[in-house]
Design a protein around this ligand. Structure first.
Ligand code: FAD
Length: 527
């Protein structure tokens, strides 16, 4: 066990008051720390403060639930809407006294690690301990280093920024906001187009009436095929009707399902289903079992594919993906289609079009390598976010920027970069239920801050990260994002967290429920 920490004396900064920031703060408070949360906006809840009106949770609520704070009885829907999610998250922040810790309208513009940072490659001591260990000691805090957190008052941007010295920083700045990923058209090409071009985050920032007015009687093209693209296009199709159909333009078709199907999938993610997939650093028995059960894995994937082809007219609209359903979920790229998606397609208010947008011309977009044209008044890019650029951008040091850029999230236990000490990053690992994923890591982090365990040497953490990455790539699509808790291995990840903390990973009372029933956040309430 690491040395006991004088908690009140240690300064912990949390950046962001979305779900991950709220969780980080709640668990740090529980361990006796006195954290400050810097939040750029004037509200809590992060992305749930500004979504499009039709957004609902796409995870059944029993998996998207705080382990010790149930959804209120008034929420009877299995998939609550965005207002209900926001109310729930806010009530949690109030109940666990997180709100008084938040400094609103406080944007962190830079993070600087002060004092000697010695390259651990030399294995030297550097005066701060053994730098082959994280932070010199493998512990959360180090007396040799501190973070300078530069904070700008968003309401008074002309005021000089405040600088805070912190012993530990938890970055919770979110993955789906702020730095849009938009195809790189030269300004001269974009200038050719007479219409309007925006990112889905700008559309989401409009209220319901503004958004409807903005697209009213206009031809709109939404580019992308992930959740925000499907939601945005369906909403516009509903508002505009077949007279001004909305086009959903995408490069590649993905498996997208119904609410029933996601419930079925999550119910079947059990210890037994985990035996069907290989694990990083598994022994011979687990390796053999995964091999033996691999036909079941295949059958599961095919059954779901057949079901989706049965409930949706995928053949009719040429919407059958080339890859398997298993690859889709293992890449953390699964979405629930809006309830009326194919209804809108049938009535002609939503047009599905497969192509790359390669450029603009005066009246619209050039498609199919420039050989065809699509007339439009508005183009909305729902093409995601550059999340690693966003994290990299907050560090002053080029060294830390380099650690992050281009690698999405090579994190140990999905929240710590092995070479950036006294700092953790929460909210970058995706999973079927992000709240569950974030909460498990917040618990782990709070135990680490409290000195319950030490981290292994940097080289060991890096090897662990490489093993997880290689294992995830085995099952996922080629454009797999690294920052993703293996959907099929959620329990295995949670077991590692429990073992680090010194708790029993087997949390069910009976043998059969341990093997065959799914785990919920509530199973980890006492962690
Ligand atoms: C439309 C939408 C629907 C989703 N639906 C689901 C779902 O159904 N199921 C699921 O599991 N996941 C879903 N997600 C994933 C979602 O990202 C998580 O559910 C979760 O809300 C993310 O929380 P977060 O705290 O990590 O990030 P965010 O919610 O993005 O919060 C980050 C916060 O940090 C603040 N911030 C950023 N930079 C700074 C800075 N420099 N200084 C100070 N503050 C800063 C932001 O203002 C923001 O408040 C959805 C995401 C979106 C966008």
């Amino acid at each position: 066990m690491a040395s006991p920490i004088p908690k009140k004396a240690k300064k912990v900064a949390i950046i962001g008051a979305g779900i991950s920031g709220i969780l980080a703060c709640k668990h740090a408070l529980e361990k006796g720390f006195d954290p400050i949360v810097f939040e750029a906006r004037s509200c809590i809840g992060g992305v749930w403060c500004s979504t499009i009106d039709s957004t609902r949770l796409q995870t059944p609520k029993e998996y998207f639930e705080f382990s010790d704070f149930a959804w209120p009885d008034s929420v009877v829907e299995a998939f609550p809407d965005h207002n209900q999610v926001l109310d729930y998250v806010r009530s949690y922040a109030v109940r666990f006294e997180v709100v008084p810790r938040i400094r609103f309208s406080s944007k962190v513009t830079a993070l600087d690690y002060c004092l000697s940072f010695v390259d651990d490659d030399d294995g030297g001591d550097g005066g701060g301990g053994d730098w082959r260990l994280w932070g010199g000691s493998g512990e959360a805090f180090s007396c040799k280093g501190k973070w300078s957190v530069v904070v700008e008052d968003v309401l008074q941007p002309l005021q000089p920024p405040m600088v805070y010295e912190m012993d530990f920083v938890i970055l919770c700045i979110g993955k789906f906001s702020d730095v849009p990923n938009v195809p790189d058209f030269a300004p001269s090409i974009r200038a050719l187009f007479d219409g309007e071009v925006l990112h889905s985050m700008n559309y989401a920032a409009m209220d319901k009436i503004q958004a409807a007015k903005f697209t009213e009687n206009k031809r709109v093209v939404v580019v992308g095929f992930q959740k925000s693209a499907a939601d945005t296009a369906t909403e516009i199709a509903k508002n505009n009707g077949p007279k001004h159909p909305c086009t959903l333009l995408f490069r590649r078709v993905h498996w997208a399902g119904s609410e029933d199907m996601i419930k079925f999938t999550l119910r079947n993610l059990t210890r037994f289903s985990e035996l069907m997939v290989h694990k990083p650093a598994e022994g011979l028995i687990l390796w053999f079992l995964a091999l033996l059960l691999s036909p079941l894995r295949w059958i599961f994937s095919k059954l779901v594919e057949c079901y989706l082809r049965w409930i949706y007219p995928l053949n009719k609209y040429n919407m059958v993906p080339e890859h398997s359903f298993l690859k889709q979920i293992c890449s953390c790229m699964f979405m629930i289609l809006p309830r009326d998606f194919y209804g809108r397609v049938r009535e002609g208010s939503l047009i599905l079009r497969k192509s790359n947008a390669v450029g603009f011309y005066g009246k619209g977009l050039l498609l199919d390598g420039g050989t065809s044209r699509l007339e439009t008044d508005v183009v909305i890019f729902a093409t995601g976010y550059k999340s690693d650029e966003k994290i990299a951008g907050i560090f002053s040091s080029l060294e830390f920027k380099k650690c992050i850029t281009g690698s999405s999230a090579p994190f140990y236990r999905e929240c710590k970069h092995p070479r950036i000490s006294q700092l953790a990053i929460l909210g970058y690992s995706e999973g079927p239920a992000t709240l569950f994923t974030f909460e498990m890591r917040s618990k782990w982090l709070a135990h680490f801050l409290a000195g319950k365990f030490r981290l292994p040497p940097v080289a060991e953490m890096e090897a662990n990260v490489r093993r997880w990455d290689a294992n995830a790539r085995r099952y996922s699509c080629e454009n797999y994002k690294r920052a993703c808790v293996g959907v099929m291995l959620q329990l295995h990840c949670n077991d590692e967290i429990c073992r680090d903390i010194g708790s029993n990973p087997k949390r069910k009372k009976w043998f059969f429920s341990e093997i065959f029933s799914p785990y919920h956040p509530t199973d980890y309430a006492d962690l």
